[in-house]
Design a protein around this ligand. Structure first.
Ligand SMILES: *Cc1c(COP(=O)(O)O)cnc(C)c1O
Length: 370
């Protein structure tokens, strides 16, 4: 195993910063044996809903299940088309297929990397039922434009908030625009468990109950199965850990934003390097700090040889993955996603990164460009 001077993320450093709180939360779950459902899960659901300013939170096993459960609750079935951005993690599109619908991709833009609203309407047909905008890397998609299109065509909106806890658009939290929002608590996400976890937020009580049923074998009371559901639950240990981390999320988010500001200051003016750009009115929470470079693979290799770990999110845009060869897409169908896939590089980003590490990364990037 290579050890990096600057790792891409450092979950152990985060644990150490809140060790006492985490250890006592874990001990409490073990002491009460409340491993599945129970007070810790209820407490986290209530706390997360309150922090986000949404009426209902339904927890589940992971972010992928959250998307799937939302799509099923929204009634997606055979022949229904759902529009998703061409560049995201595969859960965004795979969950549509899993729910029984058909994936329709729309290009992202070369500026915010989120779905380009000007390319959504050309994808709408009589079979379109909804849009799944992704707040990719932590920057909100253009929710005014997405919601306006949805209203005009009578479509629902499911927000994929897996990378965007606490991000804001026009001063309003992402996850509060659409009918429902899906969150992931995968360990590396801005709010991460020590295992898998996910949640759904909605203000619609009927939808919330249907999603809870789907996640819990089709019923809310033991022995009751009004529909066929799945088994997708957040466990007590993860819920207790997430409740602790939720208390620190705002502080950690602020630190991520400061790290991004510092990176952007130190990396300004480097020939050929595209820095993250934030559109007006959007608050980016920097799940990832993504730069662009025409010689991206060489830059990644150079940084690695200087002890800096980077990641590519994501090296192949969704329409060009083997999983979607059936759709026969060509690069010119999604020109921005196609050009972004070979340019994007995510630099180390976590709340506990030191100023010295930030400087080390910036100096190495400058060294590559020189
Ligand atoms: C992480 C992620 C998911 C899936 O979450 P899991 O908890 O890993 O299942 C979905 N969409 C996006 C954009 C993600 O980044």
């Amino acid at each position: 195993m290579t050890t990096f001077k600057v790792p891409f993320a450092d979950l152990y450093a985060q644990y150490l910063s809140v060790k006492d709180e985490i250890d006592s939360a874990i001990a409490q779950v073990i002491r009460s044996s409340a491993f599945i459902r129970g007070p810790m899960v209820t407490e986290f659901e209530a706390g997360f809903a309150e922090k986000m300013g949404v009426r209902h939170c339904v927890s589940c096993a992971n972010g992928t299940d959250a998307l799937y459960i939302a799509l099923r609750a929204l009634g997606v079935g055979a022949g229904d088309e759902v529009i998703v951005p061409a560049h995201s993690w595969i859960s965004t599109s795979a969950s549509v297929t899993q729910a029984g619908g058909s994936v329709v991709f729309a290009d992202t833009d070369g500026f915010t990397y989120t779905i380009d609203p000007s390319r959504i309407e050309e994808k709408i047909t009589s079979r379109t039922v909804g849009i799944v905008p992704v707040h990719l890397y932590g920057q909100p998609a253009d929710m005014d434009a997405v919601m306006a299109i949805a209203r005009r065509h009578g479509l629902w909106v499911l927000e994929d908030c897996a990378q965007a806890h606490l991000a804001r658009f026009g001063g309003r939290s992402v996850g509060t625009f659409g009918s429902v929002a899906a969150f992931s608590f995968y360990p590396g996400k801005n709010l991460g468990a020590m295992g898998d976890g996910g949640a759904l937020l909605t203000n619609d009580q009927t939808l919330a109950e249907q999603m809870a049923r789907l996640a819990r074998h089709g019923g809310l009371i033991k022995g009751e199965h009004v529909i066929e559901g799945i088994n997708s639950r957040l466990d007590g240990l993860q819920a207790a850990i997430l409740s602790v981390k939720l208390r620190h999320l705002a502080t950690w988010t602020l630190r991520r934003q400061r790290v991004a500001t510092e990176y952007s200051r130190l990396l300004a003016g480097i020939e050929g390097l595209l820095l993250p750009q934030v559109a007006a009115g959007r608050e980016h929470v920097y799940h990832l700090y993504v730069v662009g470079h025409a010689r991206r693979d060489e830059l990644a290799q150079y940084l690695s040889s200087h002890g800096i770990q980077t990641v590519i999110n994501y090296p192949v845009a969704l329409p060009f993955l083997p999983a979607y060869t059936r759709l026969r897409h060509r690069p010119e169908d999604f020109p921005d996603a196609h050009s972004n896939q070979s340019r994007v590089l995510s630099l180390p980003m976590f709340a506990e990164i030191t100023d010295a590490q930030i400087s080390m990364v910036a100096e190495a990037v400058r060294g590559f460009a020189a």
